[in-house]
Design a protein around this ligand. Structure first.
Ligand code: FEO
Ligand code: CA
Ligand code: CA
Ligand code: CA
Length: 623
């Protein structure tokens, strides 16, 4: 947001073809290197990654975790502060969403409960967030990470965190760990991300519910809440973590085993599902869960461009089939002098959370989730609305969406884009394709160009589709240069180029997952895409006026290796180094990336990794 805003020039690279190879493919004239991969040590004094799972569980508190995901590059000044102009030195913050057990342990994994504590500790520590210093070398724009940097840090599924905002101190977050309901431990399934103009990183808790173990306790008073959050009765909890004896493990078991909530972890799941704010410049700071932004499967959190004297606005999606799109508007007005977690407290603890309704007319409305909303009279407090955000959004009549993944704000005009990755079970004008296995990208323009407005206009930017699909399904007329399926990651760079990443299972017989670049227009900019649905029965939607993209303004930039998801993107402010995350390559059993990038015969264990991409002539990427 503090970069100079320049209108994008035309995309300046040749589109990358479909690929099923076990390598990262880039346009001619571009190169990549592996920057930071699973198991890489952040400090000296522990071993390098051995490739056989022999590293200890404890050592993963100081190694790269698994399943690299959302990411941001913060320029680092010589004085140790956030420098949004600096490109040759920075702190890369990235999420470790999940794990692939077979690649972490010496003999794959151990499925008999209780599992060895050392295996579970490794898995707990391989989740969370990395903060790692990176720098350019003496020549070129390539990057290395700085082993031993004082800023290097891991947050894991066991790191102590504060709860702030309306839920802090509420009875529903009292646990054996925090009898006053002010703290919790760990963050998990951190998917996409956000950054703030005050120099903090936002990491977002997505599919956290699966980690908790629940009994057949369907008479609990909060049963409706548990069910709405898929905390299903009789679920065992991911990876069996809760089956071990000891406080760090039992906290994943949400049974009422004690006399009161302060004696057990019945409320532990209420301390997950939040936006977490981290100060990467203070390695000793305690991360904060910002409960004013609601509790759901947070994909990510995207601020609009901050304006001094105006409220801060954040956009968010709940990645679940048939769930919602949200925005949060701060009560406090933005002051560019504010820095760090104190600024986060000022702008993210107090404000109004809204959920979106997309009307067939092409208009939409932001519906407030407040105690003053008559539709929410049944909620005892704002804290209850925040813990049960999904139930509140149900009650106000929000529009069910096709799995909202990443959002992105166009720096040129403030319009907001959000991927709807796939999976339609509730047809509507904004989600018009039955089944929708290939997804679409919706966008909206806030009325009056004011991010705090409560009404907006929307259209669909692009419908994902194989090239070969009939025109009634390939509504955007995609070609071999830009067809895609299941858009997920989404990011505007400060030049106004939109980067689209895919997490696909529906087109992987034709091509591995990919990243495309686009220079999109504006909401309602022409065209006349009128979907009729892949079965011909969906009503036409006359309000979808987005001009169909062409190869001139949408083309494929990268294809990843076998079995990976492409997710997570960042760039230096000079646009000469791009960071992309390759998540869970080879997890289907046949791939060996990144070793396969240079050795096709490699049989090495695959590793999730951050790559650094540069242009061979040293120029700006994408143009
Ligand atoms: Fe972790 Fe919705 O992707
Ligand atoms: Ca995602
Ligand atoms: Ca996805
Ligand atoms: Ca993923």
């Amino acid at each position: 947001p503090t970069d100079p805003i320049v209108k994008p020039t035309a995309l300046g690279f040749s589109p990358v073809a479909h690929s099923l190879a076990d390598v990262v493919k880039l346009p001619t004239g571009y190169s990549m290197s592996v920057l930071y991969a699973l198991g890489d040590p952040l400090v000296y004094g522990i071993s390098s990654w051995a490739g056989d799972g022999s590293e200890t569980g404890a050592s993963y508190e100081l190694r790269a975790g698994d399943h690299h995901d959302g990411m941001y590059f913060f320029g680092l000044s010589d004085a140790g502060a956030y420098d949004p102009k600096r490109s040759d030195r920075g702190l890369l913050c990235l999420n470790h969403e999940n794990i692939t057990q077979n690649f972490l342990h010496p003999a794959g994994t151990s499925y008999t409960n209780p599992r060895p504590a050392s295996d579970v500790d490794k898995e707990v520590n391989a989740h969370g967030v990395s903060i790692v210093e990176v720098k350019r070398g003496a020549s070129g724009n390539g990057m290395t990470y700085v082993r031993g940097s004082m800023y290097n840090r891991r947050l894991t599924a066991a790191t102590p965190m504060e709860l702030e905002g309306p839920v802090r101190g509420n009875a529903r977050v009292v646990t054996k760990y925090s009898a006053d309901g002010t703290r919790t431990r760990g963050t998990v399934n951190n998917c996409a991300n956000g950054m703030t103009p005050w120099g903090t990183y936002l990491t977002c808790e997505e599919n956290w519910e699966g980690y908790f173990r629940r009994d057949a306790d369907t008479t609990r008073a909060d049963n409706a809440s548990l069910n709405r959050y898929s905390l299903t009765a009789n679920q065992g909890g991911s990876f069996g973590w809760s089956q071990l004896t000891g406080d760090l493990y039992e906290r994943w078991y949400i049974a009422a085993t004690g006399a009161t909530a302060a004696d057990d972890y019945r409320n532990a799941a209420n301390t997950y599902g939040w936006i977490v704010e981290v100060d990467p410049f203070d390695p000793n700071s305690t991360p904060v869960k910002r409960t004013a932004l609601g509790r759901f499967a947070h994909e990510g959190c995207w601020p609009c461009n901050p304006v001094a004297g105006k409220p801060m606005v954040f956009y968010m999606g709940d990645d679940k089939s048939g769930d919602y799109i949200y925005k949060f508007v701060s009560t406090a007005k933005y002051d560019p002098a504010d820095k760090g977690l104190a600024a986060g407290a000022k702008y993210m603890n107090d404000g109004t959370l809204y959920v979106a309704r997309f009307d067939a007319s092409g208009a939409g409305e932001w519906l407030p989730l407040t105690t003053a909303n008559p539709a929410l009279a049944a909620f005892p407090s704002l804290a209850d609305i925040m813990i049960d955000t999904r139930l509140a959004a149900d009650a106000v009549g929000a529009t069910k969406m096709d799995r909202p993944e990443w959002g992105a704000v166009n720096p040129l005009n403030g319009e907001v884009y959000m991927t709807l990755t796939n999976s339609n079970n509730t047809l509507s004008a904004a989600n018009p394709r039955p089944g929708n296995p290939n997804g679409h990208i919706i966008r909206w323009h806030e009325d009056g160009g004011d991010a705090t407005a409560t009404t907006f206009k929307w259209d669909v930017y692009v419908f994902g589709s194989p090239t070969a699909a009939p025109a009634t399904y390939n509504i955007s007329g995609l070609t071999a240069s830009n067809d895609m399926s299941s858009p997920d990651g989404l990011w505007f760079d400060s030049r106004g180029i939109l980067w689209i990443q895919t997490d696909d299972g529906a087109y992987t017989g034709t091509t591995n997952c990919m990243m495309l670049a686009a220079t999109p227009g504006t909401v309602g900019d022409g065209g006349a895409a009128t979907p009729t649905g892949n079965d011909g029965t969906t009503p036409g939607v006359a309000t979808l006026k987005g001009a169909n993209p062409t190869e001139a303004n949408l083309r494929r930039f990268l294809v990843g290796p076998i079995d990976c998801e492409i997710t997570g993107i960042a760039m230096t402010p000079d646009h000469k180094t791009m960071f992309v995350n390759i998540q869970h390559p080879g997890d289907g059993g046949t791939g060996h990336w990144p070793a396969s990038q240079t050795n096709p015969a490699s049989t090495a264990r695959p590793r999730s990794a951050t790559i650094a991409i540069t242009k061979d002539d040293g120029g700006e990427i994408g143009v």
